[in-house]
Design a protein around this ligand. Sequence first.
Ligand code: FES
Length: 157
Amino acid sequence: MIPAELKQSLKEHIDRVEHPQEMAVDVIFAIQDFYGYMTDEGVQEAADLLNMSALEIEQLATFYTFVYREPVGKYVIHVCDSVVCWMNGYETVWEYLCRKLDIEPGDTTSDGLFTLLKVCCIGYCDRSPAMLINRKAYGHLTAEKIDEILEHLRSEA
Ligand code: FES
């Protein structure tokens, strides 16, 4: 169950808008941040707060790339899988990350740190190949740069 303070804060935000549904994505992200992913309990809590059905929340949760209905690692890596990145080394980056993290697409490393996923263009085409980690963009990726980024994140974990 989300803490009472979080629930109260979300209620206050919802009360400020004309239609509670306007806040649906913000509420989902806030609840996801609390649980680490969008749990079934979180879906129901969002539905109750927003006066929506659990099915409507489920539909939103499965539509948005950055809402996770299964547990993910502390750092979620989304590698851009669109045309400009394809032309500029996407495949090398993708294969390197799979090898380096020793996981299959969609999996999480055994230490729970990294989940590896693909995403459509993230608007970083001029710095392709590119990826997001917890929604922060990284571009001009090379094996060396990926090593540096992962080491830095590991040291912060
Ligand atoms: S195609 Fe990869 S960032 Fe646009």
